[in-house]
Design a binder for this molecule. Structure first.
Ligand code: IVH
Length: 710
């Protein structure tokens, strides 16, 4: 750990004092204050980006940062290049210079199963002269799937960063590496007697950040990033370091490749083993794998750990494509030596293939509930990491043209972690001339209406919303779904079946089904029909925020529906709402407002809602729609709360509801803003993080219940 508990306590104290203290009034005072500010800012950056457990608010951090910036501006003679304010450069990179690595960055040999690992162990024994009974320790760690990076520190300062390149020389990307907050600009290698070191690592992006970035890009109609790996490695080669900073990249370090003292003597052996080297990097403030790294006593333990991570790779925040096994003892590593391609003391254990090639047979066009047309590639089924894939979204027309994907192409398909499968590229070398360019349709495949595309959007749309059969069907599927009316037992396939039979022509029909006829259908029977009837009757009583969300109006999602439902007594009130009525509500914008207004301007829609009301669907604001009034004496009034681990007496959802009723706000991550953590059985890293913060009240399930039930 870079900081001891006592050091952390005093750094937090120092931060609070700095926040209160007046700005320095002379150079002497400024020197002290600047030094102190830099020290605490580096600490808070470490808490935030390495430990993922900030101990001050963003606001307080910004305040400290601005204070330092102001002092450095007032006393420019005190500015140093490695001040935290100098991380992200305003300059653009005009060319990436080629630089030689201190020692080559080699590749890794691959293994795929326990047998291959046994062979590797035997080769290590042969190369080092050890017998089958001699113990050999191995370190196993994740094989990160991003962009390789080499960091050069001289006299404790980050001097240079480079991509892996061809292994001998890479591209100099120092300004971009500095923009990655988990890369320390200063690291105390001198305490080990190292004056020049070169580190190896991999730059990656968190899977959830990747998904969020793509969601945002999709909402803006921008081209999506293909996968986390390309987003990370592409990020390293951007011309604008400010853009790099925005990408939320992280650098994991996995090796000290080179370490010399002032006299230029090799000091690697003082580390003794690889695990010490990685631990040292962790202590110096670098991001290193901890729970995902294990020192194993023998090759069987290595195999088990590899298989364990193969199974749970999707639970890790970062994309990994395997594990790397390294002989721990550096002397033994030296004895093993290298081939021209890879070290003989290390091997990658590759997880089951996530990439495969297959033939693109056809493209179908799906029509969404608001009319957007999504091309979907139908491919010959392939198995990817244990899942058979035969349909893959091609997103939009630009995706197809930018990759020049054609029908009949052999395509490279990838399924990365919990990320949905996608086409990496067509294999152009395998074309025989019979492939056909994909002609994006000009008219809606369902209703024939000419498609339109707004300038700012990537999707073509069918604007025939209310008469396009495909959209009507999609809207009904959405209407019954969990996030909308939540009609239990009424899934997509039943909607499709009833639609095909002519029973469901629009959402109104959902509430006038003939349950007698249903009970006679194959696969139904009287009991299932009764159950369905009960679910539908229950849904009729839903609060109106669910009903608003069920209407499939573009941008009228869960959140905005709730905000609007708070302001109306009846759904049809919206008929007379103006743009201002909507935009007066915080977080409701003009775009969704226009869409809702257009919906209610259509007399068919108004009539449909009226019919549904006559069929018993609730249109009046319910207690649940109203803003929650929190009593003065609510036991958790104003508190933030988070549940972790498994709860025994209630579901997580119920617990969150109880907390909300008691005045608390549920939040999803541990931060200094968290007041209460309720830890159920088998609570893991969240509990540890909360304990480390020291400011969170940690309650058991029983204690929580006692508190809210009074
Ligand atoms: S060790 C001489 N360890 O995988 C040692 N590499 O296929 C060679 N990688 O170029 C590398 N995670 O970019 C090592 N824990 C890890 C790694 C790792 C990812 C990448 C690295 C390397 C490639 C080799």
């Amino acid at each position: 750990m870079k900081y001891s508990a006592a050091e952390q306590k005093s750094l937090v104290e120092e931060s609070k004092n700095l926040l209160k203290s007046p700005d320095a009034s002379n150079e002497m005072e400024a020197t002290f204050q600047i030094e102190s500010l830099r020290k605490v800012i580096v600490y808070h950056e470490w808490k935030y980006s390495i430990q993922n457990a900030p101990v001050i608010s963003d606001f307080e951090y910004d305040h400290l940062y601005k204070k330092l910036e102001a002092l450095e501006k007032a006393y420019p003679q005190l500015l140093t290049p490695n001040s935290p304010t100098q991380r992200v450069s305003n300059d653009l990179i005009d060319e990436f210079k080629s630089v030689n690595h201190m020692i080559p960055m080699l590749s890794l040999d691959n293994s795929y199963n326990a047998e291959d690992l046994k062979d590797f162990d035997e080769r290590v024994r042969k190369n080092t002269g050890l017998s089958a009974d001699d113990p050999i320790e191995y370190v196993v760690e994740p094989k990160y799937d991003g962009g390789g990076i080499a960091l050069l520190y001289e006299n404790d300062q980050l001097m240079r960063a480079a991509t892996r390149g061809n292994g001998i020389a890479g591209e100099e990307i120092t300004l971009n590496a500095r923009a990655i907050s988990s890369v320390p600009l200063n690291a105390a290698f001198s305490k080990m007697g190292f004056s020049k070191v070169e580190l190896r690592g991999e730059v990656v992006i968190r899977k959830d950040i990747f998904d969020k970035m793509n969601d945002e890009r999709a909402a803006e109609g921008l081209q999506l990033f293909a996968n986390p790996r390309n987003t990370a490695s592409g990020g390293l080669r951007m011309k604008d370091p400010k853009e790099v900073a925005k990408r939320g990249l992280v650098a994991f370090l996995y090796q000290i490749g080179y370490a010399v003292n002032e006299a230029g003597e090799n000091k690697m052996m003082t580390l003794e083993n690889h695990n010490n080297a990685v631990s040292l990097l962790g202590d110096l403030g670098f991001m290193v794998p901890v729970e995902q790294r294990k020192v194993c006593k023998n090759i069987e333990e290595v195999s088990d750990f590899c298989v364990e991570w193969q199974e749970k790779r999707d639970t890790y925040d970062y994309e990994i494509d395997g594990m790397v096994i390294k002989v721990n003892d550096l002397k033994l590593q030296e004895k093993c030596g290298y081939t021209s391609h890879h070290p003989r003391w290390a091997i990658a254990f590759k997880f089951k293939a996530k990439q495969a090639t297959s033939k693109l047979v056809n493209v179908e066009y799906q029509i969404g509930k608001i009319g957007s047309i999504t091309p979907v590639a139908k491919i010959e089924p392939v198995s990817l990491a244990g899942v058979t894939v035969s349909s893959i979204s091609l997103h939009n027309e630009d995706f197809i043209t930018s990759k020049d994907i054609r029908i009949g192409d052999t395509v490279l398909v990838e399924r990365a972690g919990d990320v949905i499968p996608y086409i990496v590229k067509p294999m152009e070398d395998l074309r025989d001339g019979s492939e056909q360019v994909i002609e994006f349709p000009k008219a809606c495949p369902s209703c024939g209406t000419t498609l339109v595309r707004a300038e700012s959007e990537a999707a073509w749309r069918c604007d025939n919303h209310y008469a396009c059969e495909a959209q009507v069907l999609q809207r009904m599927i959405h209407h019954v779904s969990k996030s909308a009316m939540d009609i239990d037992g009424f899934g997509k396939s039943i909607v499709e079946r009833f639609h095909e039979m002519g029973w469901l022509k629009n959402v109104g029909d959902i509430y006038r089904l003939d349950y007698d006829a249903i009970s006679k259908l194959e696969g139904f029977g009287a009991r299932s029909a009764k159950k369905l009837e009960a679910s539908i009757n229950k849904a009729k009583q839903n609060p109106i925020h669910r009903f608003l969300n069920s209407l499939s109006v573009h941008h009228l999602g869960k959140k905005v529906s709730k905000l609007i439902a708070q302001e109306i007594t009846h759904v049809q009130d919206l008929k007379s709402w103006t743009l201002e009525n909507f935009t007066e509500i915080k977080d409701v914008g003009p775009v969704v407002a226009e869409n809702v207004i257009a919906f209610f301007e259509n007399p068919d829609n108004v009539a449909l809602l009226q019919l549904m009301e006559e069929l018993g669907v609730n249109m009046k604001q319910t207690q649940e729609d109203k803003p929650k009034e929190i009593a003065e004496d609510a036991p958790l009034r104003g508190k933030t709360i988070l549940f972790t681990g498994s709860l025994e007496k209630m579901t997580r959802k119920q617990a969150q509801g109880m907390a909300e009723n008691a005045g608390a706000k549920n939040i999803s991550a541990i931060s200094s803003n968290l007041n209460i953590l309720v830890a159920g059985a088998k609570a893991g890293s969240k509990l540890k993080k909360a304990q480390a913060l020291g400011t969170v009240d940690i309650l058991s399930e029983e204690e929580f219940l006692a508190l809210v039930e009074g």
